[in-house]
Design a protein around this ligand. Sequence first.
Ligand SMILES: [Zn+2]
Length: 247
Amino acid sequence: MSTCFIVYPIRSDPIKQFYPILYRAVFLLLLFTLIAVTIPVKAGAKKNIFNPKNKRLIVLDPGHGGYDKGAQGAAGTFEKTIALTLAQLIVDELENEFEMILTRTDDYGLDIPSRINLTHHHKAELFISLHTGGSFLHQTNGIDIFYFERMSQYAIDYEETPHSTNSRFLAELIQKRFFEGEKKSKVQLRGAPLLILEGLDMPAILIEVGHLTHPAEEKKLTDKEFLADLAKKISQGIIDFFQKINE
Ligand SMILES: [Zn+2]
């Protein structure tokens, strides 16, 4: 036993004397790791919308597709075609600043649950569904911007959420941009219980960029320059939105 007491301190002392240094080294390593992990999280809390490494993701949803042609103009223009062209023009405007995803990239059908699932799968921060209006009344025209709102009989249950407030805010900012080229009465904000908007967990709106059933509007909507101008205004409204909620 006595040899044990003599041998043990002799064998372990050289290691033991490094313990305080080792503890300090481990402590400092943990401290640096904590600092390294905390700083980017704090910096990322306020996302810079123009930081290419930290792009916000937007889903654009060209309405209809495939067998579902949507509204049809007298000259034979389909809503599904205009919606996809407009979506691609918005991508051209915004792809440097944002990550842009389309729910459909060609002429095929897609149901509402698939559009919603795809948007949630990509964890989109914004959703915009693109349509053109159709009406049996051929004089119906203008742009309608929809945000989700329940029908009046359910209004008691309805609570404003950050998403519903921001959806309306986004709709207002895009409306303001449309005002730059249109008569104010021609750009309407509308709350409606739209299924696609109800199912989404982020600011979400639906825009009808004119009515294909109105002959003059059908003509305008087939003009690529006119569509490019609409795409610019929608894109500017989106940038306005992220700048304002970032302030
Ligand atoms: Zn439609």
